[in-house]
Ligand binder design. Structure first.
Ligand SMILES: [Fe+2]
Length: 517
């Protein structure tokens, strides 16, 4: 594989006028919106029913107020307007929750998960709803409250779609519907195509958009990485009208002190990246913003371009974009990496590889955990890969005390394919030992569906992977959800404890555990 420096750099960094006009047309916005920044995955929304409620109902909640009968799966409709993909319409507060089994007393803190909450049956994609967080507070084996709250963005407040609100997303203009990060005392909801929104840890209410005291550009990835050795947060943002990615690093107090831009020739969706103790690793797949006559459905403003770039780039941690080196890789797309580490001259990553995304085979095809090994010792980078599991799964989690370091334990959400009885869904949870390949797969029945897990160590000094994982679980029969806690290395035995919720928690994306201060 060739190794080239900044292979997708162009001299002026901007799209040609014709491409810019086409992109704006596809996005459905006029030129007035062009100055607002980039547009990308997980940005657009169609707020349901103009719902702008900010006051939660309180205390005891009758289950019937939020449950609904789940109609049979309709293959003529998109999966994201059915079953547990469809959003909920109310913000709720429920206290004194029922616990089944045992919630470990050591688990005192708050579990929060973000997701795209669309109740609009004409929504263009699962990714394109208002951000909503769902949280449960645990305290000494009890569950003291559940709250769900919209991310209170201008688009949500206006009850509009991004296509008729404020032009191209960026800055405050986004849904923040993807993930969460807790750094420098701030809980941030992240959404990839805009600034993050700060939330209150106490009640999950929105404090406001956060731009790092003006040091952030228009966008911030949903998946920043915190180096456990330094407390520094590494992240990036990408642009569409100014194609490229800008790498940032912030000190433990949240002050951005590294900013460096890598221009691209074409506007690419870049969802995640990785760090090691000494490297930043970016991967680029050929999901390009703009329309494609071959991509009729879903009608999203990005598509698979078989001629587009697939590359991995490595640069020094806290380094400059001019130091990045790239290697071409076979065409593929990777939304998420599990973790990465340096092994001598090699950088080793575990990622979830898709053969294609947003192409002829559909929006999301099966995703398989794969090891990448990138040799950095020579004048050119080398690349090799090896699939380590045959189970379709994504939404990986690791022990974040070891981010960027070699880890043995990973946890992923399994999926079922579109031809299943209820169509594509998140399914169970699998623990994988990346040293032996051993899989500990919790396979619930067809009426029980989980999602991404979050790992919580048993104690500060616990060994890597020793602790619990937790996730929301939905029951198709009751229409209700629960928070399930598992022994992190014994998933097959099922949850050790469950917090029963009198509400439904729709499928979502990424969560976070915030220990009690
Ligand atoms: Fe993600």
């Amino acid at each position: 594989m060739a190794d080239r420096r900044s292979p997708i750099r162009r001299s002026d960094g901007a799209l040609p006028d014709s491409a810019r006009r086409d992109l704006l047309r596809v996005l459905g916005v006029g030129a007035a919106g062009a100055s607002l920044g980039g547009f990308g995955l997980l940005a657009a929304c169609s707020s349901d029913e103009g719902s702008v409620s900010t006051e939660a109902s309180s205390t005891t909640l009758a289950a019937t107020t939020t449950t609904r009968v789940i109609p049979p799966y309709d293959r003529d409709k998109p999966y994201w307007v059915q079953g547990n993909f469809l959003g909920v319409t109310k913000e709720e507060t429920v206290t004194d929750l029922k616990v089944t089994g045992t919630i470990p007393k050591e688990l005192s803190g708050t579990f929060v998960r973000n997701g795209s909450n669309s109740t609009d049956e004409t929504a263009l994609h699962w990714f394109l709803g208002d951000g909503m967080v769902h949280g449960v507070r645990l305290d000494q084996g009890k569950a003291t409250w559940y709250r769900n709250r919209y991310i209170d963005t201008p688009i949500h407040r206006a009850g509009k779609s991004v296509l008729n609100f404020g032009g191209v997303p960026g800055k405050e203009n986004g849904q923040s519907n993807v993930a969460l990060v807790h750094h420098a005392g701030k809980l941030l909801a992240t959404g990839e195509v805009s600034w993050p929104y700060e939330l209150s840890v106490d009640d999950l209410s929105t404090i406001g958009a956060w731009n790092f005291d003006g040091r952030l550009g228009d966008t911030m990835t949903a998946h920043p990485k915190i180096d456990p050795a330094t407390g520094r947060m590494h992240f990036f943002g990408y642009g569409i009208l100014q194609p490229g990615i800008t790498y940032y690093a912030a000190d433990p107090d949240g002050k951005i002190d590294v900013t460096s831009t890598i221009p691209f020739d074409v506007p690419l969706m870049v969802h995640d990246f990785a760090i090691t103790e000494s490297d930043v690793v970016f991967w680029i797949g050929p999901v390009v913003f703009g329309s494609s006559p071959e991509t009729m459905y879903p009608k999203v403003p990005f598509h698979w371009d078989p001629d587009g770039p697939s590359k991995v780039g490595v640069m020094p941690l806290d380094g400059d974009a001019s130091q990045i080196r790239w290697v071409d890789i076979p065409p593929q797309f990777v939304f998420h990496g599990l973790n990465a580490h340096r092994d001598g001259d090699d950088v080793v990553l575990h990622v979830h590889r898709l053969e294609e995304a947003f192409g002829k085979r559909g929006d999301l095809v099966d995703s398989f955990l794969t090891q990448w090994r990138i040799g950095t010792g020579g004048s050119s980078l080398t690349f090799s890969d090896d699939r380590v599991s045959q189970i379709p799964m994504d939404l990986p989690a690791h022990d974040r005390r070891f981010t960027g370091r070699e880890t043995r334990h990973g946890w992923c959400a399994t999926t079922v394919p579109p031809d299943s009885e209820y169509g594509f869904e998140l399914a169970g949870v699998c623990h994988i030992d990346t040293k032996t390949g051993a899989e500990d797969n919790w396979k619930p029945d067809d009426d029980t569906r989980a999602g991404e897990v979050v790992f919580v160590p048993a104690s500060d000094g616990a060994a890597e992977g020793e602790g619990w994982v937790m996730t929301y679980v939905w029951n198709r029969g009751t229409g209700l959800s629960s928070l399930a806690v598992f022994d992190a290395q014994d998933l097959k035995s099922g949850p050790v404890g469950t917090v029963e919720l009198p509400v439904r928690v729709p499928f979502g994306f990424h969560g976070l555990w915030i220990p009690e201060a």
